[in-house]
Every structure is written in structure tokens, then in C-alpha cells.
Design a protein. Structure first.
Length: 221
């Protein structure tokens, strides 16, 4: 006989907690505790030691703060965020503090038990709308690591702003887009690009991007 999965549900919206309980109980889960805020959730998790914590990000005290503290105290407890937030910053921060999944509150009730069982089996449910941003964030970090390696090999030192401009160039942005992203003029961006090319000893932007991607040519002397 399969063991019942014990779940802590934390959300300051009582009807939401009732809906989650209704969706889970009778489908292999039992809600062992409910909480309306971060501090209450942390205390309930430490008291009940649930298999899984389902936390709302925007509840009083912040669900991400609760997730970090619960993961610190109960590292074997699985944490999933259940939220209305489609903000990629919330997604990244949730994963960084130890959440294993990120579900939106418009997830169909019938799908919720399946998604949570998937998490316990090692899957990582994420909204499709945010998956692309997560992939781009991963690629951006990979580009940054590759570039740092190349710069160390060439003994090149860029300013913080030059570094930002180069990373945005590597992400495919043009001058006007970089200017808008950084809140500076196009002329300022072009000036930074000129300085970057000079420091990298490459003739043009395409060469700088190839360098960023690890497909560098011999430096121009």
C-alpha cells in the first residue's frame, strides 16, 4: 500500500487553501497543516515535518523567505511554490533557495496531485511561459563563465559597465536595445563597445561575440 504524502499548505488566502486541500486529499495526499504567513509556515513545517511544502510567494513574510528557512531546517522536505507570479525573478530566486517546482495558481485542480507526485519522483514542474526564460538565464551564465575564462587567459580587465555591454552584445542585442536596457545613450554604448574591442584586441563586434561564444580567432596585434 502506497504511503500517504503529508503536505503543508501555506497561503494567506483561505479559499485557496481550501481548494488545494480539496484537490489533494483523496488523491494520495493529506494536508497535515495550513499556514497564512511565512513565520507560521516555518513553525508548522518544523512541528509537522511534512513530505512536501506548498508555499505562496506573496503571503505575509514572503514565501521565498519561508522556503529558504524550511530548506535549511528540513533539507529532506520537498518545496514547491504555488503562486500567481509570472515574474522570472521570483522563479529564479525560488529555485536558488531550494524549491523543486514552481506552479501557477491557475493550474487545473485535477492536475495538481499529478504535478506534485512528479516533483517527488524527481521532476521539476515549471510554467511553460517561464521555461524559456530559465533556459536563457542558463545560457547567459554559461556565456559569462566562458568569457571570464577567455579574459583571464588574455589578461583583460573590463569595467563593470563594459562587462554588462559585452554580455548584452553576446545576447544578440543591438546598440539601441543595449542603451534602453542600461538607461544610457546610444553614443555611450558605442563608446563602451569601442573600449571593449580595443581591450579584447578584436576588430569588430562579431569577433567579440565569437570570443564570448568560445570561437575566438587569434587576437589582432
Amino acid at each position: 500500500m502506497t504511503a500517504t504524502i503529508r503536505v503543508l499548505v501555506a497561503d494567506d488566502h483561505i479559499p485557496t487553501r481550501a481548494g488545494v486541500r480539496l484537490a489533494l486529499e483523496g488523491n494520495g495526499f493529506v494536508v497535515c497543516a495550513e499556514a497564512g504567513g511565512a513565520e507560521e509556515a516555518i513553525a508548522a513545517a518544523e512541528r509537522e515535518r511534512p513530505d512536501l511544502c506548498l508555499l505562496d510567494i506573496k503571503m505575509p513574510g514572503n514565501g521565498i523567505v519561508a522556503a529558504a528557512e524550511i530548506k535549511l531546517r528540513l533539507p529532506d522536505t520537498v518545496i514547491v511554490m504555488l503562486t500567481i507570479s509570472r515574474d522570472d525573478a521570483d522563479l529564479f530566486e525560488s529555485l536558488q533557495v531550494g524549491a523543486s517546482g514552481y506552479l501557477l495558481k491557475d493550474t487545473p485542480p485535477a492536475r495538481l496531485p499529478l504535478a506534485l507526485k512528479g516533483v517527488l519522483d524527481g521532476e521539476a514542474p515549471l510554467p511553460r511561459s517561464l521555461t524559456a526564460r530559465l533556459i536563457e538565464e542558463f545560457r547567459s551564465r554559461e556565456r559569462s563563465r566562458a568569457l571570464k575564462s577567455v579574459l583571464r587567459a588574455r589578461d583583460v580587465r573590463l569595467s563593470e559597465r563594459e562587462w554588462e555591454v559585452l554580455e548584452l552584445l553576446g545576447g544578440g542585442l543591438v546598440t539601441s536595445e543595449i542603451a534602453e536596457r542600461l538607461g544610457v545613450s546610444a553614443a555611450t554604448v558605442r563608446s563602451h563597445v569601442h573600449g571593449i574591442l580595443k581591450k579584447l584586441r578584436v576588430p569588430d563586434r562579431k569577433s567579440a561575440i565569437r570570443l564570448l561564444q568560445g570561437r575566438a580567432e587569434a587576437p589582432v596585434r
